[in-house]
Design a protein around this ligand. Structure first.
Ligand SMILES: Cc1cc2nc3c(=O)[nH]c(=O)nc-3n(C[C@H](O)[C@H](O)[C@H](O)COP(=O)(O)OP(=O)(O)OC[C@H]3O[C@@H](n4cnc5c(N)ncnc54)[C@H](O)[C@@H]3O)c2cc1C
Length: 455
């Protein structure tokens, strides 16, 4: 057995693990990470890991705290809005924010993971690859590990263990065995499949570069995010079962026919559609809520291990990175008083992570269906006009979540009030010009208080 009593042990070198490790090292702690996968910098990446992420203000803030954001500018592509593709191939662009500074940033998950692991190692963190945590004794702090290749079993003892091991967390499995551990998991009836639009002949993008492309089709959708190499990482979201579903697409000709019928303009850009389709797995999407996240000062869950959410608000990693900065701020405040830090961390984060979990599910309906609805597009225009007139009072929910660090629970609550205002202003009009701005001012001033920390 290895004794690492002065070392903080993290399980998982996904996205949150290495970032948290850097923030801990900055505060004088020694950190080791145990990761079940091989080192992706040395081994060819497996299918299913090429997804792009949308990085926004919360994630950027955390990367800035770690001193990493400026170095990442060369691997991101800003996306200014959604480009909707109708079945006839018509395009409608809808900006995400009030101006070109309010953008979300497309970044390859693999590139981000590699940059984070490199930075963590440079700062003295050791990452042990192919070491799967198979169990953890919460009383003694003994972690059981199995080498994924050789099968060799070892143990490590650690005073503080943080589970950054994602939605199927092994650390959480141990907590599950404790009395009064609350746990819920809810799978969507939808799955997702990664696909690719290759780069054009000159290496450029075949669709508008600075947009997140959406083919909304009511019950399902296709999306595409730009990569720096000229390709687009696409994700097809479809029900697992039913009329238009993964279950119905069994042979290459089923897939081609489905795309010819539903996404003809995308099909013309995807010469390897059927190869990609059958090579890549169909992923499931789950919301996980649990509590408590910690056992005394010994063990903590963070990121997807504590709160996995569905991807439709593009906030999973932004939320996880905000966990990391929150934990770091509590360490600055209280020092290594782990029982206090962990308890305060959960109180600060749990209502907020529950709120973004609920908003992420709501946003699925918005993305696959409502973005194609003219009434929805009118409301979006009215939202931006209200924000221009009352910048301290009315900030669209999407902006509160994506461009500000307003607590998620505040964004959820204010979003409900704002939805009622929008309904009252828009339900009887068909154009922005017809909105009654006198009524708008009365409602906004009556129902909303100034929002802190918004310029
Ligand atoms: C389709 C899709 C699209 C998404 N899009 C976005 C987006 O646009 N924006 C955004 O912010 N978020 C997005 N997310 C969410 C984001 O990917 C997750 O929130 C994020 O990866 C969570 O990071 P994590 O470090 O907590 O977990 P993970 O990234 O899952 O990392 C966990 C790590 O732990 C390792 N591990 C697991 N079990 C063990 C074990 N027993 N022993 C040792 N190691 C172990 C795993 O191998 C992995 O490396 C998306 C997710 C999906 C599925």
């Amino acid at each position: 057995m290895n004794h690492k009593s002065n070392t903080i042990t993290l399980i998982g070198a996904g996205l949150n693990g290495p970032l948290l490790a850097i923030l801990l090292v900055q505060r004088g702690f020694a950190v080791e990470i145990y990761e079940r996968r091989p080192d992706m910098r040395r081994v060819r990446m497996s299918a299913g890991r090429s997804i792009n992420l949308a990085m926004s203000t919360r994630g950027i803030h955390a990367l800035q705290q770690a001193g990493l954001w400026e170095g990442m500018r060369s691997i991101i592509i800003p996306m200014r809005g959604r480009m909707m593709h109708s079945p006839a191939g018509d395009l409608t662009f809808q900006p995400y924010g009030k101006d070109d500074r309010e953008v979300i940033n497309s970044i390859s998950r693999a590139e981000l993971n590699i940059a984070l692991m490199n930075a963590a190692e440079t700062r003295g963190v050791t990452i042990h690859f192919q070491q799967r945590c198979t169990g953890y004794d919460l009383k003694t702090g003994t972690i059981r590990l199995r080498h994924e290749d050789s099968g060799e079993e070892t143990t490590v003892e650690s005073g503080v263990v943080i589970g950054c091991d994602g939605s199927a967390s092994a650390v959480r499995t141990e907590m599950f065995k404790l009395n009064r551990f609350n746990f819920s998991q809810q799978y969507l009836t939808y799955g997702y499949k990664e696909l690719t639009i290759p780069a054009g002949p000159a290496g450029g993008h075949l669709l508008e570069t600075h947009a997140l492309h959406i083919w909304p089709r009511g019950d399902y959708m296709l999306i595409a995010l730009p990569n720096i190499d000229g390709t687009f990482a696409c994700i097809l979201f479809l029900p697992f079962e039913g009329a238009d579903s993964f279950a119905g697409l069994v042979a290459p000709q089923d897939v081609t026919r489905f795309f010819e019928d539903r996404f003809p303009d995308a099909l013309s850009l995807m010469p390897q559609l059927t190869e990609n389709y059958f090579a890549n797995p169909t992923g499931a999407m789950v919301t996980i809520k649990c509590s408590p996240w910690h056992v005394e000062g010994k063990s903590l869950l963070l990121g997807d291990a504590a709160h996995a959410i569905v991807p439709f608000f593009g906030q999973g990693i932004n939320c996880g990175f905000e966990d990391c900065t929150c934990l770091a701020a509590l360490l600055d405040q209280h020092g290594a008083d782990w029982p206090r830090v962990f308890a305060n961390f959960e109180s600060a984060r749990k209502t907020n992570t529950d709120a973004i979990a609920d908003m992420a599910i709501e946003n699925f309906v918005e993305m696959r269906d409502r973005v194609a609805d003219p009434r929805f597009l009118l409301k979006k225009k009215v939202e931006l006009a209200l924000q221009a007139r009352f910048p301290q009072l009315f900030v669209p929910k999407y902006a509160m979540v994506t461009f500000h660090r307003v607590p998620y629970s505040v964004a959820l609550a204010r979003g409900l009030v704002q939805d009622r205002i929008l309904a009252e202003l828009c339900d009887s009009v068909g154009r922005l010009e017809d909105v009654d701005w006198g009524v708008a001012e009365r409602l906004v001033r009556r129902d909303l208080t100034p929002l802190e920390h918004v310029q």
